[in-house]
Ligand binder design. Structure first.
Ligand SMILES: [Fe+2]
Length: 361
């Protein structure tokens, strides 16, 4: 009897919708999807999910939806446009310097004579990396039947390429630190990167694209160019943000309009200069424009995962507007929307797990 009344009460509570908040939530959802191809089935699935999430969020975290204060400590932009990504990188850019362990990982994975034990030896030298790799290998992302307790075991189970790529991504993410004056919310940047990586990997796995871990790393690193714009040229970043907000466009569009190039291209140049694997260069450079990287599935998967991550609320906190998703990129992946829907319920816990493991301290 008591159980019945509790159920009734619960249902009653659920049915009460605050019309004012509902209107505000619907307005916000309209804005988020205003530039999206809403007739595309995948988008309409994500929009329906966003309606519920944003309504609940507005009740639970109303402050997140209030206008953010301007950042007063940033000088106005001097209006000097770099001629292109190379020119941008030549000027006062603070690129994170590659730690020794990252250089060694690269050497091992680029050397065809290297063995699994060489890679395990490099990983073993860095206790933080060992901890991250072991926790990742034991997480729900990889359902290995046995416990992975040493780097050697992790490399054996994951395979040389995948373990190397995972180590590369793990150390790279830790380079993106919080600076004293930060225009970019770095926590959001990490979470967005991890969400994009997890979603890219799960989609690639479900679509049988092979080596799903490489998509995880591609997702982790896809917005590296954005981090560099925000951390190196804060005044320019604020100018681009203002422009995107004023014109109701995405940050990417503002970059294209003002600079004539964008963070994706910049990221590709940086990753190439670091001599990272080619697929990571292509996926970063092409994640907003996957049709240009036609024969490469990586850019397409990362493009789709980036859109989905933001639609699920793992955004960068710089512009709520999603932009369009390439239907051709989705079709190339070869996954049905129904199969995708089956993956959705696991995303949140996978993303939170990986975030706890990889979040730089
Ligand atoms: Fe991006």
């Amino acid at each position: 009897m008591m159980v019945e009344s509790e159920i009734e009460l619960g249902e009653e509570k659920k049915a009460v919708i605050n019309p004012e908040i509902k209107e505000a939530a619907d307005g916000f959802v309209d804005k988020v999807f205003s530039k999206s191809n809403i007739d595309f089935e995948l988008v309409s699935v994500l929009r329906t999910m966003a309606e519920g999430r944003i309504y609940n969020d507005m009740i639970e975290r109303p402050d997140e939806y209030k206008a953010k204060p301007q950042i007063a400590s940033v000088e106005p932009w001097d209006g000097k446009k770099p001629a292109g990504p190379r020119d941008f990188l030549k000027k006062k850019v603070s690129l994170p310097s590659l730690p020794q362990v990252l250089i060694q990982i690269q050497k091992v994975i680029n050397d065809s004579d290297s063995s699994a034990s060489d890679l395990a030896a490099v990983i073993s030298k860095d206790p933080k990396l060992v901890a991250a790799i072991l926790r990742l290998a034991n997480s729900a992302m990889f359902s290995f039947r046995t416990e992975v307790d040493t780097p050697t075991r992790a490399v054996a189970l994951l395979g040389f390429k995948q373990a190397g790529s995972l180590a590369l991504g793990t150390v790279s993410l830790s380079l993106f630190k919080r600076s004293k004056i930060s225009v970019l919310e770095v926590e959001k940047f990490w979470k967005h990167s991890i969400a994009c990586g997890v979603i890219a990997q799960e989609i690639a796995r479900a679509a049988n694209l092979g080596d799903p871990e490489r998509f995880f790393v591609a997702g982790l690193l896809h917005d590296i160019g954005l981090y560099v714009v925000f951390e190196s040229q804060k005044s320019l970043a604020v100018e681009l943000l203002k422009r995107a907000n004023k014109e109701g466009t995405s940050f990417y569009t503002a970059e294209q309009d003002v600079l004539g190039f964008n963070h994706a291209i910049l990221g590709g140049v940086i990753i190439k200069d670091w001599s990272f694997p080619k697929h990571l260069v292509i996926s970063a450079a092409g994640h907003h424009n996957p049709e240009k990287a036609k024969n490469d599935p990586d850019a397409g998967v990362v493009h789709v995962a980036d859109y989905i991550a933001r639609a699920l609320g793992y955004d960068l906190g710089i512009s709520p507007i999603l932009g369009t998703i390439s239907e051709a990129a989705w079709v190339n992946i070869g996954l049905s929307v129904d199969s995708f829907k089956k993956l959705l319920p696991d995303f949140e816990s996978l993303i939170e797990d990986v975030f706890e493991i990889l979040r730089p301290v």
